[in-house]
Each structure stands twice: as C-alpha cells, then as structure tokens.
Design a protein around this ligand. Structure first.
Ligand code: HEM
Length: 519
C-alpha cells in the first residue's frame, strides 16, 4: 500500500533535501530559553513561516504545489530545550535515551576523544545549554541576511526570556553568533563537492511517502531479491525516519506521549566536523606513490568507494575502467539528444551510478570497492547478510541502520590545502532512533571494523584514528598484487561541536506552544 503523508505537517528538508545547488547558503542559529513563556511566544511567531515538506512547483506539478521560496526556515529542540519549555515529565521521559543524555554525554560511543573531545569544541557548546536550533537556507547571501534579521527581530518583546547564543568559530578564528555554511563554489558556481574534493550528496534513503521518482528509488531504497533471484528496489518503511509510522520491523518507533507530540517528527543529529584538508591531500598523494598505478584519484576512490567525481567503484574499479566510463559518458551525453538508443544507454549508466549493491555487482570481498571504504562501511548495501536465507532478507540488517544525510560544507576552500583553515561539514543526520541508526553507524561501522572482518580498523575518511591505525585495500588475487595496507592513518576529521535535537511536526509545535493536555 502506498503511504500518503501529510506534507504540510512535516517540516521541510526531511522527505527531500533542500539541495546545495538550489539553496547554496545556510545559517544555523541557536537559542537558550530562560523563561518558558518567552520561548513559547518566540516559537509561535515562527510557526506560520516554517518550511514544510510540501512540494515546490519545478519538482512537483500538481495544483497543490507551491512556488519555491527564496529562503527556508526550520526549527528543532534539544532535550534541555523541551524541559525549558516545561513539557510535562510524562512526555519528556518518552524521548530516546541518547536524546535525553545529549551528545556530549555520548562522547565515548561517538569516538569524540582526543582532539575531538568536547573540551576542544567551539565555545557555544560549553556555555549556557543550547535549547533551540533554527536553520535558514537561502538562494543567495542577500536573502539569507534579510531572513536572519527578520528572525532576530522576533526576539523583541520576549522580555529577555530567550537569548541568542554566540560562540561559533569562523574564518580567522573569529567567534560568531551563528554557524554559516555554504556549498563549495567551483568557477563561480555552487557545486556538490565537499572540502576533501569528492562529489557528495548522491545517495540518501528513499522511504514510503517520498515522491516516487525511479532515479531516487534506485540504490536508495532497500534491496529485494525474490526466490527466483530477481532483484528490485523498494521504498524503506516510513517509521525508520518519522515517528508514529511503522518501521522495517513493522513496529512503531519509541515515541513520547501524547502520540501527536511525536507523530511526523524526527531526531536531528547536528555535528560540526572539521576537515584536516592539508593532511588528507598529502596522505593521499604520498600513499598513491606506493599504490599500484600511482594514481591519486584511484587511491582516493579506494578510500571513499566513489571517485572524486562520484563514479562508484562498482562501475569502474581501475584507472583504465574509469577512463572508459568517462569516454562512454561524454559520447552518450553528446548523442542522447538525437539518438533514442544513446538516451536509453545513458539512463542505464546513470542508474548504475546509484542503483548498485555489492553482491549483485559480484564484489563480496571488496576487490572493486573495498569493504573498508567510507561509503561501503556507512551503507553496506545488502553485503552483510551472506547466508542461505539471502532471498528472504538481503538487506534486512542494513535496512535498520540507514540515516538521511542533510550536511552542508562550511568555510571557503583555501588555495593551499591546510589543517588550520576553517573547513568542514555541518553533518546532519535524520533518523527515528538515534541509538540504532546514527550512533550505530558511527560507532560500529565507522569507528570499528568488526562487521566487515576488518578487526578494529576504522574508516579512513571520518574515523577517529590517531596516526597509528591502518586500512586494508583488498586486491583481486588474479591481479597478482598483494592487498595494500594504508598505514599510519591520521585523524582527518575532528568534531568541533554538536547536539541531538528533536524536529517536531507542525501539529506538535502548536501543541508545545499551547501547552500539552495529558488527560
Ligand atoms: C567530514 C566527514 C565526512 C565526509 C567528508 C564524508 C563524505 C562522503 C561522501 C563524499 C560520500 C559519497 C556521496 C554519496 O554517496 O552521497 C559519503 C557518503 C555517505 N556518508 Fe559520509 N562523509 C563524512 C562523514 C560521515 C559520517 C560521520 C557518517 C555517518 C555517521 C557518514 C555517512 C555516510 C553515508 C550513510 C553515506 C552514503 C553511502 C551510500 O549510501 O552508499 N558520513 N560521505
């Protein structure tokens, strides 16, 4: 049965990303609520302006669709924030344990140790507790500034009961009253690159209720193999990402009472991840000289699972294969306008870009895409359940650990790659269960390798290693090359702040503003 969601009730950026090319500028603003009444008044003034999941005209096409706005507005609360708004204890205790504890208390689980420890985070995270997260995405800087000034004006007449929190480190070490983020610009235009130089935002879960577009389902849904061995993709259960709906176990995710408080809401994981671009580039250049082929892009691809331009290793796992795909792609792009055959081949090629899994691509041991690579660890795509019952649940385990990523880079790229620049990702993940989804991926798959027979090797790209660890890039025995050991892996990514938030539905926000009736 097709799931129909009330799009006007669900906050925006959940069912579909705002898109770095459409909204290349973003600002995250944080508040502390010292008087519940002021907090409620402030939120009440924002509710009519919040961006919902309703589709915008260029993407949709139905009468109900609306024009795409120049800016978006969304909000979410930390657990302390919900307490500051005086939600009844009976409701508060229904929220997830991780959310109640807050991100800093989960440091050991998240691997936020050494240079990633909370003591080194931006000053905002050690001052007054962060209660409220507000995001603005904008088509350009002017509309971003205008919306921000409007937001700050809403603080007037709240009699000091709500306070904007400063303390985000920006360029040149300055501290700012907000966290800015921006798409990385290439040749004056916004791109989907992140600071290490990879094309990002290609894969994200597709679940029931999302607008059905074949290219979004391929590779992003869940893998189904029927008894005859035929393969297809199906939408994941809504309850993996929105409270109040059945999840992949056909259960309702744990949620607070009353039911409407959680319904259509989700948990937002917000993390500021600094990228040591200088170390990453020089490590790849140096290791590539020892890796067969001496090709930096190939070595980078083996760490990520995708080439810097996004081509998956399952499609092209060697320098020669990549060159062949590049030639094929430019030929098809040229011919597709005039030749239906070329257009069809182009569609097939693009489907393979996303719509793969590691078993059907005949890569169980990672000879093409290393099991140690970032994308394969973060989403093993049906490759963990190799058993007789594969036909029943080829991705049953993986389906329970999917996260929606809504990250955005921050800091301008520097001409000379360096670790001391202000470059990173505002990593954001949405999920119905922080412990089972985000924290599991972070702890078990990125910072520990047991699930992939990698002992305690960590993810090279985002793991919390400290110059001692290694990562194994397997080789096809027929190639005659031994496996490659990438050794002495430094920590390329350091946490600079973060918190767990709850992003309620519009209905729940109205309930919070008016006060909950638990009778
Ligand atoms: C600065 C740190 C990070 C960088 C530079 C980074 C970069 C990337 C890139 C370039 C991709 C491939 C593009 C795509 O498939 O959409 C990707 C995919 C992904 N990343 Fe990360 N990432 C980072 C941190 C994380 C963290 C902390 C997590 C989870 C805890 C994570 C989870 C994922 C997932 C789930 C995918 C999609 C894999 C797939 O579906 O095939 N990433 N990342």
């Amino acid at each position: 049965m097709t799931q129909v969601l009330n799009l006007t009730d669900i906050q925006g950026n959940i069912l579909k990303g705002y898109g770095r090319l459409s909204f290349p500028k973003a600002r995250y603003i944080f508040f502390h609520i010292s008087r519940a009444e002021s907090g409620r008044l402030f939120i009440n003034s924002l509710i009519p302006h919040l961006t919902t999941s309703i589709r915008w005209r260029p993407f949709g096409g139905s009468e109900d669709d609306i024009e795409r706005p120049t800016t978006t507005l969304n909000l979410a609360f930390s657990y302390e924030g919900l307490k500051a708004l005086e939600l009844p204890f009976q409701s508060l205790r229904g929220f997830s344990d991780a959310f109640q504890m807050g991100m800093q208390a989960r440091s050991a689980i998240l691997g936020d140790d050494n240079s990633s420890s909370p003591q080194y985070w931006d000053p905002i995270w050690s001052g007054k507790p962060v209660h409220l997260w507000v995001s603005i995405y904008a088509q350009n800087v002017e509309s971003l500034e205008k919306r921000y000034l409007w937001l700050i004006r809403q603080l007037d007449s709240k009699e000091g009961g709500i306070e904007l929190l400063a303390g985000h480190r920006g360029d040149d070490g300055k501290t700012l009253p907000y966290q800015d983020a921006s798409a990385v610009y290439r040749d004056g235009l916004p791109s989907s690159q992140e600071h290490f130089g990879y094309h990002d935002v290609i894969s994200n879960p597709f679940f029931e209720g999302c607008e059905l577009k074949p290219e979004r389902l391929q590779g992003n849904g869940k893998r189904i193999y029927d008894k005859q061995g035929d393969r297809s993709w199906q939408a994941l259960a809504t309850g993996e990402f929105l409270l109040g709906h059945p999840d992949e176990a056909k259960e309702y995710p744990a949620a607070p009472t009353p039911r409407q408080l959680g319904f259509n809401g989700t948990y937002l994981v917000y993390r500021k991840l600094h990228q040591n671009v200088g170390s990453f580039k020089s490590y790849c250049e140096q290791m590539a000289t020892q890796y067969p082929g001496n090709d930096v892009d190939l070595f980078m691809a083996k760490l990520m699972g995708r080439w810097p331009d996004g081509t998956p290793l399952t499609l092209a796992s060697s320098t020669e294969a990549k060159q062949a795909v590049d030639i094929q792609m430019s030929r098809l792009l040229e011919q597709a306008q005039t030749s239906p055959d070329a257009a069809e081949e182009l569609v097939r090629l693009r489907q393979n870009w996303r719509g793969f899994d590691y078993i059907s691509e005949d890569d169980p041991y990672g000879f093409k895409c290393p099991v140690s690579s970032h994308t394969r660890r973060a989403n093993p795509r049906a490759s963990l359940e190799i058993s007789d019952s594969i036909a029943d649940s080829p991705s049953g385990l993986v389906n329970r650990h999917r996260i929606i990523r809504r990250g955005m880079p921050y800091g301008a790229p520097s001409h000379v790659p360096s670790d001391s620049g202000n470059q990173g990702i505002i990593f954001m993940a949405l999920n119905a269960c922080i412990e089972r989804q985000f924290e599991y991926v972070q702890q078990q798959w990125l910072n520990y390798g047991d699930a992939f027979n990698q002992s305690n090797d960590k993810d090279v790209v985002a793991g919390n290693q400290d110059g001692k660890g290694k990562s194994v890039i397997p080789s096809d025995p027929q190639s005659g090359h031994p496996p490659f050991f990438a050794t002495k892996v430094p920590r390329f990514v350091e946490t600079r702040g973060g918190e767990y938030f709850f992003m309620p539905s519009i209905t729940a926000l109205r309930m919070i503003v008016r006060g909950l009736d638990l009778r």
